[in-house]
Design a protein around this ligand. Sequence first.
Ligand SMILES: Nc1ncnc2c1ncn2[C@@H]1O[C@H](COP(=O)(O)OP(=O)(O)OP(=O)(O)O)[C@@H](O)[C@H]1O
Length: 384
Amino acid sequence: MPESTSTYPHDRVALRAQLAGVDALPGSPKPDPILIVDRIVRRFGGMTAVDVNHLEVQRGAITALIGPNGAGKTTFFNLLTGFDKPSAARKDKADSVSEGPPAWEFEGQSLTSTSAYRVAKAGMVRTFQLTKALSAMTVLDNMLLGSQTQFGEKMSLSMAWPAWKPRERELTTKAESILERFKLLDKRDDYAGSLSGGQRKLLEMARALMSDPSMIMLDEPMAGVNPALTQSLLGHIESLRDEGTTVLFVEHDMHMVQRISDWVVVMAEGRIVAEGVPREVMQNQAVIDAYLGSHRDDDLGDDALLEEDLAPVLAAEEDERAAALAEQAAYIEEVREMEADETAAEPEPQPDSAAKPEPYSGTEPQPDAAAQPALDATAKEDES
Ligand SMILES: Nc1ncnc2c1ncn2[C@@H]1O[C@H](COP(=O)(O)OP(=O)(O)OP(=O)(O)O)[C@@H](O)[C@H]1O
């Protein structure tokens, strides 16, 4: 985990004591914000999906972003991480953009409309669901794809092959260490597609950690996870926080939100309508009106509903990143072949998973591939 340069108290009791003194109001200033967002608006046709005037995310805290379906949470994540661009000001509409240009900064560095690669390199990394193309790669290759350093070095190293080998060894050692932490080391050579739902979630998180993020953004980390692995996932998220990594996560499961969040931000119809400590925010009238309403006693963490609602959004995201993923997967394959040619080593060990999908060749069309931010961005970097 990154060494924090802040004097921020990583002790949870001290952290919560600090947050208890923060005004429970939308856009309230935080004692030590790692992310500050101003005037970010996204419209789709005539519909405003996101209109956030001001938001500060506290360094070292676990912040939950909640809201009803269609509130704009995923779109907001996409904007912050460079996967979408904010809309321009429109004079005939009284939204936040009309009051000035959008701006957001992370660790004091402007990330406004920056590429996904640069966002990840700055230390703000999001997770993605393990999709078909990634499922057809081994767990270890998924981890190597998660290393932004690898992507940044891709072009030069492919031309200076001998330099790559020690780097790959270093990245592999790092990947194995993270996999061990997530109890996935024995799955190292298995195809990711053979993992259980909960193990996939662990792998998504593990992959994001390959780039040493200061802040990790989790999009519905508990969706599809069975109770057996829920405790493990919660424990890992809390451990990340305890080590100084800021966590921002979107979640429908209110039990989880109440249990692990230090702070809760509530979105409805694109806007931040409430903020506060978990117990209090649930009592907030704006939240009850906008989100919980008459269904307050319902279990809002219904995974079946969640997956159904998410499907079209995720499919769109996956399509956009398919080309970048194919390029990266082909490159990893190329590196493997170069290594085999050069060392005339034994044949590569075959993955020993029971459920083995066809290996991904890197050339076939991948309609539903998704990749880490760094993947998409590398392609952009390479173009430039
Ligand atoms: N590419 C798109 N084109 C048109 N409308 C979109 C697009 N992406 C999102 N929207 C719309 O923007 C609104 C916000 O969607 P978003 O997925 O961000 O909400 P959400 O809070 O993440 O919802 P959920 O909890 O159901 O995932 C919705 O009305 C959605 O239909």
